[in-house]
Design a protein around this ligand. Structure first.
Ligand SMILES: *[C@@H]1O[C@H](CO)[C@@H](O)[C@H](O)[C@H]1NC(C)=O
Ligand SMILES: *[C@@H]1O[C@H](CO)[C@@H](O)[C@H](O)[C@H]1NC(C)=O
Ligand SMILES: [Zn+2]
Length: 991
């Protein structure tokens, strides 16, 4: 209903198009009572205790998201979200003073769909009166260490859109709430600020940091979450909750708790009101000592609580009554039902200044030997699947827009992007892509993603068929990374369609499993393309395990236009075994090089020995090898902590080398040069240099990690270079801005280091680097991984973990992944891309490189000869966007409008050439769409930009935020400054 109204309203605007944005918007039905206005009054001269009834509902962990929703499998964990919402609504109606917050829209949406109109109206009423308040409001509460910003923005957008569509203005959360994630990323804070949140609360931070902040009363602060964006754009008020997210000790009244209820009938036995009040006052006074104001917050709830909400509310009503009754006896404590935003409002009203925070909250340790740095890498296969699923979703979204209605219902049936959007949103949860769920739940996330792919494939086929004019069935090969594709293995003639989701042209190496020895390939203009056929490596044949039987791989380089595709035709010329020249040689070359890079090898060991950039004439010594840390089994004098899904705790600080030397095969031809290194039956690698690449590829294959020796293993790839990195390295935050990391050091407190390896590990989402004055070595990863720089010049990245013990953080399973195809342990394959540059220009290489890995081309096939009228090339853009601009989102919003996000992908001062403001003309963007109207929104697209007002907060440093951004050159011409993301709703018409 809401969207319909909106569409009509947009239509009106066509006639007023000289005005920036849509001039007339429906003024939201401003309810007098929701939001900050609905807060209970506090008492100025007293200590005000804000009781926040809440439930923490994991979108999958020990049970799947749907098992949690229904309350299925209560033998695993007693938890049923549908009952929680039923019960809470019932209890809120019993007393208008009561409050409840709800967080995870994935669950709320499931519940809402099944309610009657009456119930929905009742709930709307509760929301309009601020009695039920949404906080955070994304589809899930995302993980912060292993997520990529693109997927986080999407999942927040989806959850917040549902809330806005359903409840309007009163459904918009004011507060971000990440009470459980295991450490906090600066980029998340930056995103929350740009999504319009007034404040942010969380529960977990390093135990040393917490105790210092408690003593200094610095548990509440202003997080300046970007070095590039002009304050206060990325400033976020941030508060640390007092008990994680649990109630104070002795005050848990859920059915899952054993604390005594309030027994307030003096005629009965065990009357305890005096005792309860005394204990409560004492806790409140103690808590007030470690916060700055005369307001404190208490989270009254925990995991999956409030299934029988009467227990909680009955006792909270009494607690409030009896504690406040003491005011007549001179007590200066006032207790009230509250919400995080009501608490935040009171903090804001104090006009205080707050300490400024510039770094992030990684790594998180809850005790001296308990660093939560293992999950940065846990379940590497799921982490990769999640990452390529994001790439695929973006492609699916783009093709939905470019294809128009036919994409959803075309020659190949009904396709949609919605299934994938939901699967990806669920996968961002802090026990999903983080790898900290039970095995059956990990399987469920993967299954949902696979289902999303299937729905997107229909959509993609419809659009490509419509754009190309060919309705030939389209074939998808999802196992090209292990050289499996039934079509290319058998076909004598087929075509390859390469769709590029980036806004600039890409050149991309293609590697197809084949059984012929020679092929002719022509591009979209009919020009012959150089290709090579090489034998499938033994490592690849070993991983694919009988799925596919290609003996060879066909290699060639493809080019694809921006937001478009190019088609290549492939014909078999010759069958049989590859020519002897195509076969690898059994020794390491002295060097391999292309026009950009040169790498040398040590002839004795077969390992890398140096890397040179031929354009800049710089060379560093560089070796690389694989090692494993012996995971602690807890039988240790210092601590019984074991390594597990969350925790990384090596038994010793010296990792074991897998092999000092590698067996080598070398393959050199006009398309690629590869040095295939074999270290052990479970570790191999290909060092690969494509002819026109500025990056050296290290394709690693690790597994099944052997555990016959009863030792858990955490496998790393370590680069050792001559770069004088002085104890410093750099990692990205959620794939965007870079953060400096210093060994055994934290920017905000004096660290007592107790875990020399695990305590120096940080999340790497897309890249890390080390540098000195002359050289910067950057590693781009293909998924989130953990890593560190333990020695100067060294950079290690954890690739795979196989563990024998649970780490006692609740998951209750050792991280020991097997599958039907790999019963003796998962084999995982991935890539690291290395580049060497002067520090001043390094970003010019690693920014586009990382982007090509995040948004990779989609390759599809059709069998046989193409119809002569087939359109072989297409671009959805009128022109290539400037190199600094990334097209972050192109997604159908409703029938006539498209959500567009443009991002400046360079940091301030990062690149002489690209860290400059740049502008884009929205009307000159798309080749197939006319843009008729435009309106700017906040980052999460749940608020018009010009209606976005956030609470302003003052930093202790006293500096005043600069005035607001200057305007754009014109209505259609929009400016982007370094690291800026701008979100627009475009009204469009297909040309
Ligand atoms: C929020 O939803 C209302 C209808 O509930 C709609 O009128 C409004 O345009 C939406 N706001 C945004 C920013 O989408
Ligand atoms: C905060 O500042 C405002 C405006 O200057 C003032 O009205 C208000 O009384 C101040 N509040 C406190 C608690 O000092
Ligand atoms: Zn959780």
């Amino acid at each position: 209903m809401a969207t319909l109204v909106y569409t009509q309203f947009v239509f009106l605007l066509l006639f007023q198009s000289s005005v920036w944005g849509f001039p007339v918007r429906q003024t939201p039905q401003e309810s007098p009572t929701c939001g900050y206005k609905s807060c209970h009054a506090t008492k100025p001269g007293m200590l005000n205790v804000h009781l926040v009834p809440h439930t923490h509902d994991d979108v999958g962990w020990l049970k799947t998201v749907d098992q949690y929703f229904y309350g299925d499998r209560n033998d695993i964990q007693h938890a049923g979200v549908q009952y929680i919402l039923d019960s809470v609504v019932d209890q809120l109606l019993k007393n208008p003073d009561r409050r409840f917050i709800y967080v995870e829209t994935a669950f709320f949406y499931r519940w809402w769909k099944r309610q009657t109109d009456d119930m929905q109206n009742t709930v709307k009423q509760l929301v309009n009166e601020g009695r039920l308040e949404f906080v955070n409001g994304g589809w899930c509460m995302s993980d912060e260490a292993t997520t990529h910003y693109s997927a986080v923005v999407d999942q927040m957008t989806m959850g917040l859109r549902f809330l806005n569509d359903t409840f309007g203005h009163c459904g918009r959360p004011r507060v971000a709430w990440h009470i459980d994630p295991f450490g906090h990323a600066r980029e998340h804070a930056s995103m929350f600020a740009q999504m319009g949140y007034d404040g942010f609360f969380f529960g977990r931070l390093d135990y040393q940091d917490r105790s210092r902040r408690m003593a200094a009363r610095e548990q509440e602060m202003l997080w300046r979450a970007s070095e590039s964006l002009t304050p206060p754009m990325a400033d976020l008020f941030t508060g640390i909750l007092p008990n994680g997210y649990n109630p104070p000790e002795g005050f848990c009244w859920d059915q899952s708790c054993d604390d005594p209820p309030i027994r307030d009938d003096p005629d009965l036995e065990d009357y305890n009101v005096d005792d309860v009040v005394t204990r409560f006052l004492s806790i409140a006074h103690t808590q007030a000592l470690v916060y700055k104001t005369n307001h404190i917050i208490m989270t009254m709830g925990s995991d999956f609580q409030y299934e029988n909400a009467n227990l909680w509310y009955k006792n909270l009503d009494k607690l409030i009554h009896y504690v406040n009754q003491q005011q007549s006896n001179g007590s200066k404590v006032n207790v009230l039902y509250s919400t995080p935003s009501c608490y935040l409002q009171e903090l804001h009203r104090t006009n205080l200044t707050w300490p400024l925070k510039g770094d992030d909250f990684f790594p998180y340790a809850d005790s001296a030997h308990d660093f939560w740095t293992g999950y940065f890498t846990s379940r590497p296969a799921l982490k990769r699947y999640e990452r390529i699923s994001n790439s695929y979703l973006q492609t699916c979204n783009q093709l939905e827009v470019l294809g128009g209605p036919i994409s959803r219902k075309g020659p190949f049936g009904a396709g949609d992007s919605e299934t994938m959007k939901k699967a990806m949103a669920v996968a961002q949860h802090h026990d999903a892509v983080s790898g900290t769920e039970k095995q059956h739940v990990a399987n469920d996330y993967a299954r949902r993603l696979a289902n999303g792919w299937a729905h997107c494939q229909v959509l993609v086929s419809n659009t490509l068929s419509s754009l190309s004019g060919s309705s030939a069935p389209r074939v998808y090969c999802e196992h090209l990374n292990i050289s499996v594709c039934p079509l290319t293995e058998t076909s004598k003639k087929f075509s390859v369609n390469v769709y590029n989701p980036l806004a600039r042209p890409v050149s991309w190496p293609v590697r197809l499993p084949v059984n012929g020895t020679a092929y002719s390939i022509s591009d979209a203009n009919g020009k012959a393309v150089d290709s090579q056929v090489v034998p499938v490596s033994q490592a690849t044949a070993a991983v694919r395990r009988g799925r596919g039987y290609a003996v060879n791989e066909l290699l060639f380089q493809v080019q694809a236009p921006p937001l478009g595709y190019s088609t290549y035709s492939v014909s078999l010329l010759q069958n049989g075994a590859p020519s002897p020249q195509a076969s690898p040689l059994p020794r390491a070359p002295k060097a391999v090089q292309n026009k950009f890079l040169r790498v040398t090898f040590d002839p004795e060991t077969g390992l890398l020995s140096s890397l040179s950039n031929l354009e800049t004439q710089q060379t560093v010594k560089l070796s690389q090898n694989f090692y494993w840390y012996n995971a602690s089994d807890g039988k240790n004098s210092e601590s019984i902590q074991m390594s597990g899904a969350y925790i990384f705790r090596p038994n010793t600080s010296t990792p074991f080398i897998i092999s000092k030397t590698a067996k080598i095969e070398t393959l050199q031809n006009s398309v690629v040069q590869e040095v295939r290194q074999w270290f052990s039956p479970w570790v191999s690698q290909v060092v690969r240099l494509y002819t026109d690449s500025r990056a050296l590829e290290l394709e690693w294959t690790v597994g099944p990690v052997p555990i016959g020796d009863d030792l858990g293993k955490e496998v790393i790839s370590r680069l050792d270079s001559s770069i004088n990195s002085s104890g410093v390295f750099y990692t990205d935050s959620n794939g965007r801005e870079m953060l400096q990391r210093r060994k055994d050091y934290r920017p905000t407190w004096n660290l007592r280091q107790s875990e020399p390896i695990a305590g120096n590990y940080y999340p790497i989402n897309s890249r890390a680097y080390i540098k000195d004055d002359k050289d910067q070595l950057t590693v781009v990863t293909d998924r989130s991984q953990g890593g560190g720089s333990i020695q100067d010049g060294s950079l290690e990245i954890m690739l795979h973990r196989r563990l024998l013990y649970d780490d006692v953080r609740g998951v209750g399973e050792p991280l020991n992944e097997t599958s039907d195809i790999y019963p003796e342990g998962l084999v995982v394959r991935g890539r690291l891309l290395l580049s060497l540059s002067p520090p001043a220009t390094a970003a010019d290489t690693h920014r586009p490189l990382a982007q090509e890995v995040v948004l990779q081309p989609l390759i599809t096939f059709t069998d046989g000869e193409l119809h002569p009228n087939t359109r072989l090339e297409f671009s959805g853009l009128q022109a290539v966007l400037p190199p600094a601009v990334h097209l972050l989102t192109v997604s159908q919003w409703d029938q006539d409008s498209v959500l567009l996000r443009l991002e400046h992908q360079y940091q301030a001062s990062e690149s002489k050439e690209h860290s400059q403001p740049v502008s884009v003309n929205l009307q000159k963007l798309f080749s197939t769409l006319d843009v008729l109207g435009v309106s700017e929104m906040n980052l999460s697209a749940n608020q018009w930009k010009d209606e976005m007002t956030r609470l302003d907060w003052k930093a202790e440093s006293g500096e005043k935020p600069l005035p607001k951004r200057e305007g754009d050159p014109s209505m259609w011409e929009v400016n982007l400054k370094p690291m800026e993301i701008r979100t627009f709703l475009l009204r469009v018409r297909q040309r």
